[in-house]
Design a protein around this ligand. Structure first.
Ligand SMILES: Cc1cc2nc3c(=O)[nH]c(=O)nc-3n(C[C@H](O)[C@H](O)[C@H](O)COP(=O)(O)OP(=O)(O)OC[C@H]3O[C@@H](n4cnc5c(N)ncnc54)[C@H](O)[C@@H]3O)c2cc1C
Length: 404
């Protein structure tokens, strides 16, 4: 006889863990399990990200991204303080390197103010140099709230707290089907079956596939975009003091290659954004024909490809040509050379795309009978995770109460 849970969370990334943590804080009596297909937590997006605590600068005021980033930022710092997780609020600069980026820089400044950020400064050329002596920009912003952290460390503590509160985590449990019937979800892997009153889908790069188990006509699909990094070699790390970002392309959901000082030491450069032929494909040569077909057969993807083909080719070119990657970085720090860069890791972003070719900008949470699906949780979802977790916990507890 299978054990029956109140809540089963699919996915042991930061969003699944933060959701479980918030639920158990609100109701420690609940029988909760996390089902994770890998043998450890934070194995995918969460464990391969840039480690930046985002301030909330970029996001449309009133959007879920803006509100959850601002609230999640505060919750994350509190959680880190309580649990002695190292982080550093080193601030970042965003720099315009040509006149045509100035209006977008103004928009960012306004957004930051509207999102309640205090202390943002406008920088002229000399002030940029005061903060980052090797950075060339004609105008910039300084955002003091931005920080650096290891999200793997946050997840380790979240995992301990969940286990201490009586939650369970089943690793190596790949969900292969969910059947929703009255009062229970049957959630199966190849070998096991568990029963749960409610399932919460936090499966990141596979969130659409998991959602399709209970919603075959899903209107979004996850398109994977790999982000590749270089490290600056140790003797040149002094070229970058903290975090240096370009002005992002407003039509594209990614921030552009940038420099990030890491909490564990070292300076990373990247990530780019290359269409990936495998959802969890961390190498250029990784290909999974099922995943690839899933992307290219989606009507929305073909529209995205038509709209952004130039940007896409540029990203592929930069992926294969170190010189081209270096050139993009030289816009920000002209003295950096190809020889200063050592290939480092990569991460793959789960970017939801609708049928009409829209790359979803905001977080997306959809409730269905028996299941809550988190269908789009791209950056800054790591920063925002405790706030997203809080929202989902409230939805989940309301659902269980209604059912009882
Ligand atoms: C390159 C890169 C840089 C980023 N930089 C930042 C940053 O600096 N700051 C920031 O705030 N955000 C950043 N992000 C975004 C952030 O990392 C993600 O938004 C966040 O990690 C999403 O967490 P998640 O739990 O939804 O997904 P994941 O971390 O991907 O977790 C999903 C989990 O679900 C599991 N799973 C999938 N399918 C199944 C199944 N069928 N059965 C069981 N388990 C399953 C997976 O194994 C995985 O562990 C970045 C992302 C990337 C890729």
């Amino acid at each position: 006889m299978s054990k029956k849970y109140d809540i089963a969370i699919i996915g042991g990334g930061i969003v699944g863990l933060a959701t479980a943590y918030r639920i158990l804080l609100k109701d420690p009596e609940l029988k909760l399990v996390i089902l994770e297909k890998e043998d450890h937590e934070a194995a995918h997006q969460t464990g391969h990200n840039s480690g930046v605590i985002h301030s909330g600068l970029y996001y449309k005021p009133g959007s879920l991204k803006a509100s959850n980033c601002i609230t999640g930022y505060k919750m994350l710092l509190e959680f880190c303080d309580e649990n002695k997780i190292p982080y550093e609020l080193c601030g970042k600069i965003v720099v315009a390197t040509s006149k045509d980026e100035l209006s977008q820089l103004d928009i960012l400044y306004q957004r930051g103010i509207e999102n309640g950020l205090t202390g943002i400064l406008r920088l002229n050329e000399a002030e940029i140099k005061e903060r980052e002596p090797n950075c060339n920009g004609i105008s910039g912003l300084y955002v003091p709230q931005t920080g650096i952290i290891s999200y793997k460390s946050v997840c380790k503590v979240l995992k301990e707290k969940i286990l201490n509160a009586g939650g369970e985590i089943l690793f190596n449990f790949k969900v292969t089907g969910i059947k929703v019937s009255e009062g229970a979800c049957n959630i199966k892997s190849i070998e096991k079956l568990i029963l749960s009153e409610l399932a919460i889908n936090c499966a990141g790069l596979y969130s659409d596939k998991v959602a399709e188990f209970s919603e075959p006509n899903l209107d979004t699909r996850i398109i994977p975009f790999r982000g590749e990094y270089y490290m600056i070699k140790p003797e040149k790390q002094h070229l970058v003091k903290n975090l240096i970002y370009p002005v992002p392309d407003p039509n594209f959901p990614f921030l552009g290659v940038h420099f990030t000082r890491m909490i564990e030491g070292g300076v990373e450069a990247g990530p780019n954004a290359v269409f990936a032929f495998k959802r969890e494909g961390y190498k250029k040569t990784d290909i999974n024909f099922g995943d690839l077909w899933n992307s290219i057969s989606w009507p929305g993807f073909r529209k995205v490809a038509l709209k952004y083909w130039k940007t896409g080719i540029g990203e592929f070119y930069r992926s294969y040509s170190k010189s081209a990657f270096t050139k993009a970085l030289q816009k920000l720090v002209p003295v950096i050379t190809k020889d200063d860069l050592i290939p480092a890791g990569s991460g793959v972003r789960a970017q939801a795309c609708d049928r009409t070719g829209g790359l979803l900008d905001d977080f997306k949470i959809v409730e269905k009978p028996g299941v809550i699906n988190i269908l789009n949780a791209p950056s800054p979802a790591a920063t925002s995770s405790l706030s997203i977790g809080q929202t989902v916990a409230e939805l989940a507890l309301k659902r269980l109460k209604r059912a009882n």
